[in-house]
Design a protein around this ligand. Structure first.
Ligand SMILES: Cc1ncc(COP(=O)(O)O)c(C=O)c1O
Length: 361
């Protein structure tokens, strides 16, 4: 068996036991509440990881882009929710093809302006599809901004020959701004109350689909919530462990193995992973990554191919030292990785391609 020591760095390492435990924990909470888990694959973009999620009981998958969905079909997934504003007529043939491959394809309608465009795309694709109406609950990204807009858009969809309104959904990404579990509780309660107001206004007792990695466990069990779509819970990162304290520091399953390549001053070591590995996303404390093996060491600055490693004792690290790092935000990190190595101790068990890497098309 290949050894971790033989891997060139930087390398993405995944501990399958931790990943399975993260999946199982979320799945158990959903199952007990009778809520469907539709993990967002934007986090891992990897067929092997989606397969594990499906094997543990995920009902379907959520994707943002058609390219992601296309890359995930070898997993055997039968049901996909495209939680994005599909708006390019050129996508119609690919949409038709994807629709024909799945048991269920659900699209998003994210505003009245978007609805007009989506009508043309589904007509060009010559398909009829269930759709979920997006509600903005505080992130101020996609979604109807108030109850009146929701009523109008629901009417427009209900008048459509090709679209069937089946749910209200939201992405409450602003929950990542919460600084304590109590604050996340409050955000979750407000988001749910807002969705209930919209639900009453549009009628039809529509099911509610909120639930990102920070809020999902707080959403299951609430009135009318039937599906959640967490993404990063499966791998974990500093935004979940440190910024929102949603996850324990031992839970993240993915780390980046990197090497100390220079030590220009006693206070600074340079590693071979910079923004082209960790992306430009930072944790609330301003970190790009924290060292897993020596948590007092952090990356507070990056250039493209260098991470600036600082902290107590950094001046004694020999060049060539290999260290593992937990990234601030795991989703862009996976999108930048070519492959991910499943490891146990010093053994490399399997190596999988990041199948939907770069598939923002
Ligand atoms: C529409 C939508 N649903 C679900 C998610 C999953 O979020 P998270 O990775 O925070 O769980 C995202 C993340 O951006 C999203 O945009």
């Amino acid at each position: 068996m290949k050894s971790v020591d033989s891997l060139a760095t930087p390398a993405a390492l995944l501990q399958p036991e931790k990943m399975t435990e993260n999946c199982r924990r979320m799945q158990d909470i959903c199952r007990k509440a009778g809520v469907g888990l539709w993990p967002h694959i934007k986090t891992h973009k990897t067929v092997a990881i989606l397969k594990a999620q499906l094997a543990l009981g995920a009902e379907g998958a959520t994707c943002a882009k058609l390219g992601e969905a296309e890359a995930m079909t070898p997993s055997g997934v039968r049901r996909i929710f495209m939680a994005h504003s599909l708006s390019d007529l050129r996508h119609a043939p690919r949409l038709r093809q994807l629709h024909s491959q799945l048991d269920e394809l659900i699209l998003a309608v994210t505003s009245s302006a978007h609805w007009e465009v989506l009508e043309k795309i589904v007509a060009a694709a010559d398909i009829q599809v269930p759709v979920a109406l997006a509600v903005d609950t505080g992130l101020s990204r996609e979604g109807v901004r108030n109850v009146a807009e929701a009523r109008t858009l629901a009417q427009q969809i209900r008048g459509s020959r090709r679209l069937q309104l089946v749910a209200l959904y939201t992405h409450e990404g602003h929950a990542y701004g919460a600084t304590s579990p109590e604050e996340v509780d409050q955000v979750a309660a407000r988001v749910h109350a807002h969705l209930i107001d919209v639900r009453e206004a549009v009628g039809g007792n529509l099911p509610l689909w909120p639930g990102c990695s920070v809020t999902a466990t707080r959403m299951v069990g609430r009135e009318a919530v039937t599906r959640v779509r967490p993404g990063s819970y499966v791998l974990g990162d500093l935004s979940l462990t440190e910024s929102t304290q949603t996850m324990d520091t031992q839970q993240p399953a993915l780390s980046i193995l990197a090497t100390v390549v220079d030590r220009p001053t006693p206070e600074l070591a340079l590693i071979d992973a910079g923004s082209k590995v960790f992306s430009s996303d930072r944790s609330r404390a301003g970190l790009y990554a924290r060292c897993v093996d020596r948590p007092e060491l952090v990356i507070q600055k990056v250039s493209e191919e260098h991470g600036y490693l600082t902290g107590p004792g950094v001046g004694t690290l020999p060049i060539g030292t290999r260290l593992r790092f937990c990234p601030a935000h795991v989703c862009p990190v996976m999108n930048l990785a070519r492959e991910v190595h499943w490891v146990r101790g010093s053994d490399v068990l399997e190596t999988h391609p990041v199948d939907a890497r770069g598939r923002s098309d």
